[in-house]
Every structure is written in C-alpha cells, then in structure tokens.
Write a protein that binds this ligand. Structure first.
Ligand SMILES: [Zn+2]
Length: 353
C-alpha cells in the first residue's frame, strides 16, 4: 500500500543516548516520575513491535536489547526511515535541528516537500520590515516560499493563543498597530490580530493550511486546541475553498471528523495520534472514520526527532486500517485505505500537478 506522510518533521539520524531516546518518546519536557519511564507506554511498545525487526531483532525485543542494537548500527536511523516505505514526505520546516531536507529524502528514498510555518516566517520578516511594512512584507515572503516549491502552510495558533480566534480578517490599521506593539514588546508572536493576519494572508495564497489541533507539549492549552473552536473560521473561509487540514486532533478527533463532514474544504489528519496510541490506534482510526467521509481523512506520522516515529506511524497505520475495514469486501477496503494512505493527500496538496 502506498503511504504518503503528509505532516512530519526532521529527525536525528545519528546515534542517541538512552536519555535522549526516552525524551523523544513523550510530549513532556520534564524528567519522568520516579519509577516510571516514557517508553514504557503504548508508544514504546509500538517502537519495539514495529522497529525491532528493522534492526534485525524480534518484534517486542526488550528495550535494552533494542538500544544496544541501535548503537551498534551506524546507519540505524536511515534503516528505520527506509523501512517505513513512504512515497513522499511533507515536512514542516518550523522545527529545526536534525537532518537537512536532502538527507531526509535520501534516507527515506522518497521526495520531500516543504511546508511553511506561518509564525516562524512572520518572525523572520519582522526582523527587517518594522510595524508598518509587516503586512506587505509577510505576504511577499510567503508568496516567495510557495513559488520556491512549498506545498502548504502550517499554523501553530493553538500554541500561541488558542484556536478560539475571531474568524474575521483584521483591517490594515489594526495589523500595523498590532505589529508595532509586538515588535516593541520583544515577546514571541502571540497577538491574535497578527495570528489572524497570517491566516488570512495564507487564505489569499490559496494553498492548504495545516492547523495544529489537539494534544501536544504543555505550551498548548489543550482545551483551547479543540478544533471545534475553528468552526467560525471554517465557516468564514468556506467560499475561498482553501483546504484546511486539522492535524493530530486527538482527543478531539471526533470533533475534527464532524467538521470534515460539514465543511467541503476541511480535512482531518491522523498524525501524532497514530504513533502515541500504538495498538489502540485501531480504535482511534475507527473513530476518525465514524463521521468523516473517506475522502476527508489523511495519513501522517508527525514524526519528529526519532526516525522510529516514521516507521511506527506507517506500520501501525497499515495494520490498523486493515483491521478497521476488515468487514468490507477486499476491493472496497483497498480503495478506502488507498485514499487515506495517500490518495487524499495527493489531491489536497496537489502533488501530481
Ligand atoms: Zn508536527
């Protein structure tokens, strides 16, 4: 089955200490509680199940054995990435460090397309533009990135304000005032007027907009990351027909599926949920597919840091979608799995254009 990873990040292809490995197995920035470990979880089990064979071990090999084998193989990271068998990667370049995009493409044996993180581009523009020139400079910079080959944009408004944003496009004077205040403050970009300006500039550019929704690190207030907060924005942008892709979604994946059913331009993406829930992704995927039409759900891993996350995502997805569709005639199951695995992403992100 062709699997296309429609939202992911760079990873560390070199060797990792046990501590570093464990730190990539959680969204928590803090050390584990005494007597506990982050890989002793659904995610850790999924890593042992799906990744141990790629390093020459039996499925569910103990973690110490897995770590030993990982250390002994200088190309472990590239092996894991290649074993995912992906047809393309859409990489959010907002998280830095780790392998460069060309290294990632070489290790995955697949083409890499970049996705522009709106808030990060805004910061780089603000360094030179100043308050009054910010609006124009941002739209020029975004257009340049999209002309250079980026296939989509991504918003982390959930991390900066919450998704409960006023859905209307802010006026030019409001944007200048907000940009001036932000630049004077020296603080990170969290002003809701500016976040809305970035989003509406993206709408004008016409490319798909990925939104972080649902769980993540403690920088996001979970309740305000419920994608249902985006309903007014979905309504306000419906006639613009720009695809809105709700990423991660968990534990609000049923809300996301509902929005994807209602609004013609809204889609739900299973990334991060697929890796963290491991074997329980059978149930989570079934819930995504309760309300969302089959053309509205997209596969991604949201892999970041650990190459294992690329492989866990792809293998767990292949496994779970087979289970979820098991009661259908084989041709029908294959058709639906093909849409979620790659076909929907090819269409939404215009990858065959
Ligand atoms: Zn991500």
């Amino acid at each position: 089955m062709e699997v296309l990873d429609a939202h992911c990040h760079t990873v560390e292809l070199g060797p990792l200490t046990d501590e570093r490995f464990a730190a990539w197995c959680t969204e928590s920035p803090w050390p584990p509680a005494p007597g506990t470990s982050f890989p002793d979880s659904r995610l850790g089990l999924a890593i042992r199940r799906w990744c141990a064979p790629a390093l020459g071990l039996s499925p569910f090999a103990p973690l110490a054995e897995y770590a030993e084998s990982r250390r002994s193989l200088p190309d472990a990271g590239a092996r894991l990435l290649a074993a995912a068998g992906l047809s393309a990667l859409l990489v959010d370049t907002g998280l830095t460090g780790g392998a460069a995009l060309d290294e990632l493409a070489a290790a995955a044996h697949a083409p890499v397309h970049s996705v522009v993180r709106l808030e990060q581009l805004a910061v780089s523009v603000a360094e030179t533009a100043g308050g009054s020139g910010f609006g124009r400079s941002f739209s020029d910079a975004l257009a340049a990135q999209l002309d250079a080959g980026a296939v989509a944009v991504k918003s982390i408004a959930a991390y900066r304000h919450g998704l409960d944003l006023d859905p209307e496009r802010p006026g030019p004077a409001e944007v200048v005032r907000a940009a001036d205040a932000w630049l004077r403050s020296g603080e990170r970009l969290a002003d809701p007027v500016l976040l809305r300006h970035l989003l509406w500039t993206a709408v004008d550019c016409g490319r798909p907009i990925q939104f972080h929704t649902g769980f993540g690190d403690p920088d996001a207030a979970l309740l305000r990351a419920d994608p249902a907060h985006l309903q007014p924005f979905c309504a306000a942008t419906r006639s613009a027909r720009v695809p809105i892709v709700l990423l991660h979604c968990y534990p609000y994946h049923r809300q996301a599926a509902w929005l994807a059913q209602l609004y013609p331009h809204v889609y739900a993406d299973v990334g991060l949920a697929v890796t963290y829930t491991g074997a329980r992704f059978d149930a989570v995927l079934a819930e995504f597919l309760e309300l969302a039409p089959f053309g509205k759900v997209l596969y991604s891993s949201d892999a970041y840091g650990l190459p294992e996350l690329y492989l866990v995502g792809a293998q767990q997805f292949r496994h779970s979608i087979r289970h979820v569709l098991a009661d259908l005639p084989p041709g029908e199951a294959e058709r639906i799995a093909g849409l979620v695995a790659a076909g929907n992403a090819r269409r939404v992100y215009a990858l065959d254009a």
